[in-house]
Design a protein around this ligand. Structure first.
Ligand SMILES: [Zn+2]
Length: 585
C-alpha cells in the first residue's frame, strides 16, 4: 500500500516531479504543492542543528503552533522559533493522529493564536539575553480568525512580535518552509534576512479569498493566484525574499533528506557570515535593509497641484442646525426613524447614531489633521508629497482605480505626512484616509512612514500617527504586507532617538494596519470607533459560522477585554496628545 498523499496533479501520469513538470503547473497547483501535507515541517528541520533543547514550553492552547528551541549551528548559539502547522509530516502518522478530535482541536488547522505569538516574543527576548542568532521557520495558512483570538488581542500580539524583531539586538533570519500566508506569516518575517524554500509560497491573502473579492466567487482562485504572484520565486523577483533554497531533485516532500541538507548548507553560510553581535552594527544593517523594501513612483508636481485639495466628510447642517438622518435607521423595536438629527448631538457622540449605533461618517485624513493639529499649522512634507502607488503586478483594474480614487479624495495616496503644531509644540503627523482604497496598508504608506520618521528624527520632534484602514492592499500582493515590518523599523528608529510616538486608532483599524503602525507607540482609541482588531467581523462569522457578540470590536468592547486604555473624544485629542508629548524636548 502506498502511504502517501497525492495532490490531483500528482496523479497525472505526465507529471514527474521534474523542474519542468513543476514549472508547468498552474499557479494554484504551485500553491497546493507549497502545503503538501508531507512537506517537512519545523520539527523535521530541527534535526539539522546540534544540541537542540526545547525552551519556553507551555500547555496553553496554541503554544504548539509556535515552538521554540535552543540549539547550535557550527558551534554558534541559535534560538529556533518555528511555526509547526500540524503534528506530523508523515502521512500515515498524520491520518492516525487526526482521528482524535482533541488533536485536531489543539493544532487549530495550523492557525496561530495570541498565545503562539506570546511564545515567539518571549523567545526573541530570551535570544537577546543569551546572545543567540534567531532563526525562524515559517509555515501557516494565516492567524486564527475567531472572536476568542480577537478578545485575546491577536492584532496587538502579532504587532508585538514584529516590534520585537525590529528591536532585538541579535541577528535574525526567517525561512519560509511551506506556505506563508497573511498576517500570521508577516508576524515572523520582519527579519534581517528572509530565505524561502524553492517551492514555497508567500502571500497576503488566500487565492480563494482574493477570488471572492475580485470576481465575487471563490471558484476563480487560480486566476487570483496568478495575478497576485504568490510563489516565493516571484517574491524573490520583487525583492521581498533574499534567497531561494533549492529543493534538489524534486520537491521537499519527495526528497526530505536533500531538502534538509540544502537548508543546512544555506543557513550555515548565513550564520557564519552574520553572527556579529554588536548591537549598533545589527541595527544599522537592519535599517539599511528595510530602507530598500518596496516600490513606488512619483507623480508629476503638476498632477499634484491639479488634484490636491483638502476634503472633509462631515455632514453640513441646514441653517436649523440639523442634518438628514442616515438611511435605514431602525431602533431595537424595529421602528424606522426618519427625523433629522442635530449636528451638535452628533458631534457629542462622534457621529454615531444613538438610536441604532450606525456611524454617519468616516472622517477624511484632513478631518483628522484638523482635529489633531493647531489651525492652519499643517504643512505637507516635500519629501513625501509626490509618492504614489506603483502597480508592480499589473493587477487588474489597479491603475484605473488609483486614478479615480486620487480624483475623488484629492490625495496622491492613502497617507499624507507633514509638519504640524499641537498647542504650540512641533510634531510630525502621518494621517490616513479610509476613502483611499479602504486606507489599506501598501508600499507607498510604508515609504511615507519611513520618510516621516526620518524627518521627526532630524527635527527631534514627536511622531504622531493616525491609523485607519481595512488591511494590506491586495493589489500589490505580498509586497504590501512586507512594508508592515518596514514601518515598525521606522518607528523603532524614532523611539531609539528618544522621541515620543503617539498613535490614534480610528474606525476601522484592521489586519495589516492594526499589526503595523497601530500597534506601536502610546495608543489612543477614538471615542465610539468600531472595527478594530485583526480579522474583520464578516471573515470571522463566515469562518466560525457564528454571529459575533454585541459591540464586537468597538472601543468599549476592546476596553472590556483590556486592549484599549485611552479612549479619546476628538474634541480632547489635542490636549491629550499634548499631555503625552510635552515632557520630551
Ligand atoms: Zn440610526
Amino acid at each position: 500500500m502506498d502511504n502517501t498523499f497525492k495532490l490531483s496533479f500528482e496523479q497525472d501520469l505526465n507529471f514527474n516531479y521534474s523542474y519542468q513538470s513543476i514549472d508547468n503547473l498552474s499557479e494554484y497547483g504551485k500553491y497546493e504543492l507549497s502545503f503538501h501535507p508531507e512537506r517537512p515541517k519545523y520539527l523535521d528541520y530541527i534535526s539539522i542543528f546540534d544540541v537542540v533543547e526545547p525552551c519556553l514550553e507551555s500547555s496553553e492552547f496554541g503554544a504548539c503552533l509556535v515552538q521554540t528551541h535552543r540549539a547550535e549551528l557550527e558551534g554558534i548559539p541559535i534560538m529556533l522559533i518555528g511555526q509547526q502547522s500540524g503534528p506530523y509530516s508523515n502521512y500515515t502518522d498524520l491520518l492516525e493522529s487526526l482521528k482524535d478530535p482533541e488533536t485536531v482541536r489543539i493544532w487549530n488547522h495550523g492557525m496561530p493564536v495570541p498565545a503562539s505569538y506570546e511564545r515567539a516574543v518571549k523567545a526573541i527576548k530570551l535570544a537577546e539575553e543569551e546572545q543567540r542568532v534567531i532563526i525562524i521557520f515559517v509555515d501557516t495558512p494565516g492567524a486564527d480568525p475567531t472572536e476568542q483570538s480577537e478578545a485575546n488581542g491577536i492584532a496587538w500580539r502579532i504587532g508585538d512580535t514584529i516590534h520585537a524583531l525590529a528591536d532585538v539586538k541579535v541577528p535574525t533570519i526567517s525561512l519560509i518552509m511551506n506556505r506563508a500566508c497573511s498576517g500570521g506569516a508577516i508576524a515572523l518575517t520582519g527579519t534581517d534576512v528572509t530565505l524561502a524554500m524553492e517551492h514555497s509560497t508567500y502571500l497576503v491573502i488566500t487565492p480563494e479569498a482574493c477570488s471572492s473579492i475580485l470576481f465575487h466567487t471563490r471558484s476563480r482562485a487560480n486566476e487570483a493566484a496568478e495575478v497576485s504572484q504568490i510563489t516565493s520565486k516571484e517574491g524573490y523577483i520583487h525583492g521581498i525574499v533574499d534567497e531561494l533554497i533549492p529543493e534538489p531533485n524534486g520537491p521537499a516532500h519527495r526528497n526530505k533528506q536533500q531538502a534538509l541538507a540544502s537548508v543546512k548548507t544555506v543557513l550555515r553560510e548565513y550564520v557564519m557570515n552574520d553572527s556579529d553581535f554588536d548591537p549598533k552594527t545589527i541595527f544599522e544593517k537592519r535599517v539599511d535593509r528595510w530602507k530598500k523594501i518596496g516600490h513606488w513612483e512619483e507623480v508629476d508636481p503638476s498632477e499634484l497641484n491639479s488634484l490636491h485639495r483638502p476634503v472633509t466628510r462631515f455632514p453640513v447642517p441646514k441653517s436649523t442646525g440639523y442634518v438628514k438622518r442616515h438611511v435605514k435607521c431602525y431602533d431595537t423595536n424595529g421602528n424606522r426613524h426618519y427625523d433629522p438629527e442635530s449636528i451638535k448631538k452628533l458631534q457629542k457622540t462622534n457621529f454615531v447614531c444613538d438610536v441604532c449605533g450606525h456611524r454617519y461618517v468616516r472622517p477624511s485624513a484632513w478631518d483628522y489633521i484638523n482635529w489633531i493639529v493647531d489651525d492652519d499649522s499643517f504643512a505637507e512634507h516635500d519629501e513625501t508629497k509626490l509618492i504614489a502607488d506603483k502597480d508592480i503586478l499589473g493587477f487588474p483594474g489597479y491603475v484605473e482605480k488609483l486614478k479615480e480614487t486620487r480624483r475623488k479624495t484629492g490625495l496622491v495616496s492613502a497617507m499624507i505626512t507633514g509638519n504640524g503644531i499641537i498647542l504650540g509644540k512641533d510634531v510630525v503627523l502621518c494621517a490616513t484616509d479610509f476613502g483611499f482604497l479602504g486606507g489599506s496598508f501598501c508600499m507607498s504608506t510604508g515609504e511615507k512612514v519611513w520618510r516621516a520618521a526620518q524627518i521627526a528624527i532630524d527635527r527631534m520632534v514627536p511622531l504622531i500617527l493616525q491609523a485607519s484602514g481595512g488591511g494590506a492592499r491586495m493589489h500589490e500582493g505580498c509586497s504590501s504586507m512586507v512594508s508592515i515590518p518596514k514601518a515598525h523599523v521606522a518607528i523603532s528608529c524614532v523611539e531609539n532617538a528618544g522621541l515620543p510616538v503617539v498613535t490614534l486608532i480610528t474606525d476601522p483599524t484592521l489586519g495589516g494596519v492594526a499589526i503595523g503602525m497601530a500597534s506601536r507607540g502610546k495608543q489612543l482609541f477614538e471615542f465610539n470607533a468600531g472595527h478594530i482588531g485583526f480579522s474583520g467581523k464578516r471573515v470571522i462569522e463566515q469562518y466560525t459560522g457564528k454571529k459575533t457578540s454585541k459591540g464586537f470590536q468597538t472601543v468599549d468592547w476592546l476596553e472590556k477585554h483590556g486592549h484599549a486604555e485611552r479612549i479619546i473624544h476628538p474634541k480632547d485629542l489635542r490636549d491629550v496628545i499634548y499631555s503625552l508629548i510635552k515632557s520630551k524636548n
